[in-house]
Write a protein that binds this ligand. Structure first.
Ligand SMILES: Cc1cc2nc3c(=O)[nH]c(=O)nc-3n(C[C@H](O)[C@H](O)[C@H](O)COP(=O)(O)OP(=O)(O)OC[C@H]3O[C@@H](n4cnc5c(N)ncnc54)[C@H](O)[C@@H]3O)c2cc1C
Length: 374
């Protein structure tokens, strides 16, 4: 019997779920539709840094999800022949004001490398060695290089995976939907029934569930970053690592003479997508502090997206209490490009009741984030 599955949201979670479901559909017994309006999508606005291993967050389930998410992303890139233009393991460099902090991070990275190969090699770097990797930088700080760190272009990732899913028969409808009190999808006033619904709606998860008696712990966070042209700066090579300096914005070289600097974290702007002059100035100051030859003239565009946050900053995923046909994955915060692929794969496997992994190590109880209102 054919099972119909709706995936709401085509960001990193939804597009990965669509890709996996389409791969699982060898017997053609799944009818899969993705609905995505795309406006404000965090995935396409994101900076694109994949480097969870040096994080000092104490949330163990988050670290497991991020570590295994980074590994899964690597294998998706490999399996789908993702071009380097989309996913590039260019390495990440973190700098700190003093050597003790670098030594502490080095020890942490060495300890964590026992549990994951994706981290690659780990090297302490002097300021001169950092300059050799990133010749355009003007900094005298020591750092740490993790060769497995990567950058990903979120918009191209989702295009790549949705293209494969479509070629495997998945339909993609670029429209906004709602879910009504009958737990059906409503698109263009037409009510559609699905056996399963995967909600990959990021910051909009509370809005999409507003017709059901549920308490949803999600708030939107605005993120802005700037894209700069570095064409006129004499570059000796294009394949520079990502740079994460202490107390400054991150620097993500995109290749083709482009550099991203960001991002901001604004909790009081709701779903606003307008650029803020003061934030852009701050990002430009951050950029010029490390690359003095840059100026506002190098600014090509501002990218803005909305992240999803929970009260304890943890992501959540699973069946919605009281509405078992809806599977949800949200609250990915500022590391969703790293955790999102694994959340998408888990949701796809849950939708067809065919889990291939132990998911409990990756999550706290879903009732902490979504519960029925009595
Ligand atoms: C500026 C910025 C920088 C970031 N940098 C990084 C980084 O360097 N590394 C990292 O790991 N993470 C980063 N993140 C975080 C990461 O981008 C997000 O956590 C992740 O993309 C969330 O993915 P998602 O699929 O859950 O949600 P989204 O990508 O937001 O996708 C949700 C989709 O659902 C759609 N949708 C919602 N409601 C409806 C509806 N009713 N009908 C139809 N469609 C709907 C939306 O339009 C959207 O397309 C960054 C985020 C921002 C904003």
């Amino acid at each position: 019997m054919t099972q119909s599955i709706a995936i709401i949201g085509g960001g990193i979670v939804g597009s990965t779920a669509a890709y996996y479901l389409s791969e699982f559909n060898k017997n053609n017994d799944l009818d899969i539709t993705v609905f995505d309006h795309g406006c404000g999508q965090a995935t396409k606005a994101a900076a694109g840094i994949i480097s969870p291993w040096l994080s000092k967050r104490r949330n163990k389930s988050w670290y497991e999800l991020a570590k295994d998410g980074a590994t899964l992303l690597n294998s998706i890139a490999d399996k789908t022949n993702m071009p380097e233009d989309i996913y590039n393991q260019c390495g990440t460099i973190i700098t700190r004001n003093n050597l003790e902090d670098i030594t502490e991070l080095y020890d942490l990275a060495i300890e964590r490398s026992k549990d994951t190969e994706t981290i690659g090699e780990i090297y302490k770097l002097t300021p001169d060695e950092i300059k050799r990797h990133i010749p355009i930088i003007n900094s005298n700080l020591p750092g740490l290089l993790v060769t497995g760190g990567a950058r990903i272009k979120g918009d191209k990732y989702t295009d790549h995976l949705l293209k494969i899913a479509k070629s495997n028969g998945v339909s993609v409808i670029n429209k906004e939907i709602s879910i009504n009190e009958n737990v059906n999808v409503v698109c263009d006033r037409k009510e559609m029934q699905f056996d399963k619904i995967i909600l990959a709606t990021g910051a909009w998860t509370k809005n999409v569930l507003s017709n059901l008696p549920l308490d949803v712990d999600i708030r939107p966070q605005k993120g802005q970053l700037i894209e700069l042209s570095i064409n006129d700066i004499n570059l000796s090579h294009e394949d520079m690592p990502v740079l994460m300096p202490e107390g400054e914005s991150d620097f993500i070289p995109l290749g083709n003479g482009r550099l991203i600097v960001g991002a901001s974290h604004e909790n009081d702007k709701d779903f606003d997508l307008n650029p803020d002059a003061d934030v852009i100035d701050e990002l430009l100051n951050s950029a010029t502090s490390l690359l003095p030859s840059l100026s506002a003239e190098n600014l090509i565009r501002v990218k803005i997206g909305t992240r999803a946050y929970t009260s304890d900053f943890s992501p959540f995923f699973g069946k919605i209490p009281g509405y078992e046909k809806i599977l949800v994955g949200s609250g990915l915060g500022s590391s969703g490009l790293t955790t999102g692929p694994l959340v998408g794969k888990i949701l796809a496997e849950m939708a067809i009741d065919n889990l291939s992994m132990d998911i409990e190590k990756y999550r706290k109880p879903i009732e902490n984030y979504i519960k029925l209102v009595k």
